[in-house]
Design a protein around this ligand. Structure first.
Ligand SMILES: [Zn+2]
Length: 137
């Protein structure tokens, strides 16, 4: 069953293919979105990325924005794989999506890495930097 990630309406129509993914348009709100076909390798890749981000403290809505899958799907995966994140209200990670060359220049500047923890993860043809600035006020 498919629904609009924006308004949860099931009134959706197919509107072409984008990057090997079926594209849909919501008849209720006009939102365009793509959905991965189930059972393909790419889905497992995005499931893993989504759960990673969830564990790092990002919200369902943020994960939806970054990965492009509905926050309802992410919630279902969290339930299915029985993922429990550590409750931490002291800080919230920020993230950036960078190309390889942007990543290189980002790390070349000491002010970007000083006083922060971060992980870099591949995301499609780009990279995502998740950063914690725990000790900054
Ligand atoms: Zn909609």
């Amino acid at each position: 069953m498919k629904y609009c990630p924006q308004c949860q309406s099931t009134q959706i129509i197919k509107s072409g293919i984008l990057n090997d993914r079926q594209r849909y348009k919501c008849k209720s709100c006009g939102y365009n979105f793509t959905v991965n076909k189930l059972g393909k390798q790419i889905d497992k890749y995005y499931v893993t990325k989504a759960l990673q981000l969830y564990l790092e403290g990002l919200t369902y809505r943020e994960i939806e924005r970054i990965i492009g899958v509905s926050h309802v799907s992410v919630m279902n995966w969290v339930r299915k794989y029985n993922i429990h994140k550590v409750q931490n209200t002291d800080y919230h990670p920020t993230y950036k999506i960078l190309s390889q060359s942007e990543l290189a220049s980002y790390f070349s500047k000491p002010e970007n890495t000083k006083g922060a923890g971060m992980i870099v993860t591949e995301l499609g043809d780009k990279y995502m930097v998740i950063k914690w600035e725990r000790f900054k006020e």
